[in-house]
Structure formats: structure tokens, C-alpha cells
Design a binder for this molecule. Structure first.
Ligand SMILES: [Zn+2]
Length: 138
């Protein structure tokens, strides 16, 4: 069972329809554009995973960091009973994976990923700024 939604935990649920997944997908879509809309794996991979050259590699770097963030976050909840304090915790966890892993990419992809990282970090900082929570957080 999903620890957040209390429904059967499937791959599609964990990675796409869980509230944790939808929050992270929304963050990425807001930062990088509507291309990052996803309802399920087949829908998402159609077109995106078959792009030519560096765009495909760039896509896979971000996609794998996203998947790993969701998998480790939900495992921590199920196995260790440790829940994130804020939704934005998963945004920063995702960005941390991406920052580490982008150094392993080829030069062209690393440079493009660096630009995307700057956009994502700026979006996360904006979301977590004191004025962005409208007083709900404090
Ligand atoms: Zn769920």
C-alpha cells in the first residue's frame, strides 16, 4: 500500500499518480515546460525517449534522477517510517541527485544539464521563498 495515498502501490502509482510523484512532476513541468507532462510511463516515453542525440541523453539524466528521487522517498516512508517534512524536500533531493550525476555526463550533455539545473534551482528557490508560501508555512 502507498503510505501517502493508501491505495495499491504499483509502478505507475509510485512514479506518476502518487501525490508525491504529481508534486515532483508539477515542479519539473513548471520549471522546464509542458513537455514534462506525464500520465504514465508509456505515454511519457513515447516521443521523449526516442529523441535524437544529446536531447535523448539529457532526457534520460533528468528522468532517472526523478525516478530515483521518488523510489527512495517512498522506500524511506515504507521501510523506515520517515516522511518528508515538506513537499519541497523531494525537489531538493531530486536536484541533489541531478547535480551529482550531471558531472558524469558527456561534455555537451553536461553543459546543457548545467543550464537546466540553474533553471530548476531557481524555480525551487522561488517556490521555497518566504513570500511564496502566502503565510501558510509559518
Ligand atoms: Zn501514493
Amino acid at each position: 500500500m502507498c503510505p501517502l495515498c493508501s491505495i495499491l502501490e504499483t509502478g505507475t502509482h509510485i512514479l506518476f499518480s502518487c501525490s508525491a510523484a504529481r508534486a515532483l512532476w508539477s515542479f519539473i513541468r513548471e520549471a522546464l515546460g509542458s513537455d514534462w507532462e506525464a500520465g504514465d510511463l508509456a505515454e511519457f516515453l513515447q516521443g521523449r525517449a526516442t529523441q535524437p542525440g544529446h536531447k535523448r541523453r539529457l532526457f534520460w539524466c533528468i528522468f532517472v534522477a526523478l525516478m530515483w528521487t521518488l523510489w527512495t522517498t517512498l522506500n524511506k516512508m515504507v521501510i523506515e517510517q520517515i516522511f518528508p517534512r515538506r513537499t519541497s524536500d523531494s525537489f531538493f533531493k531530486f536536484l541533489t541527485f541531478l547535480q551529482y550525476w550531471h558531472l558524469l555526463a558527456r561534455h555537451r550533455v553536461r553543459d546543457l544539464l548545467g543550464v537546466m539545473l540553474d533553471v530548476l534551482v531557481a524555480a525551487a528557490q522561488h517556490l521555497c521563498a518566504p513570500w511564496a508560501c502566502f503565510g501558510v508555512c509559518h
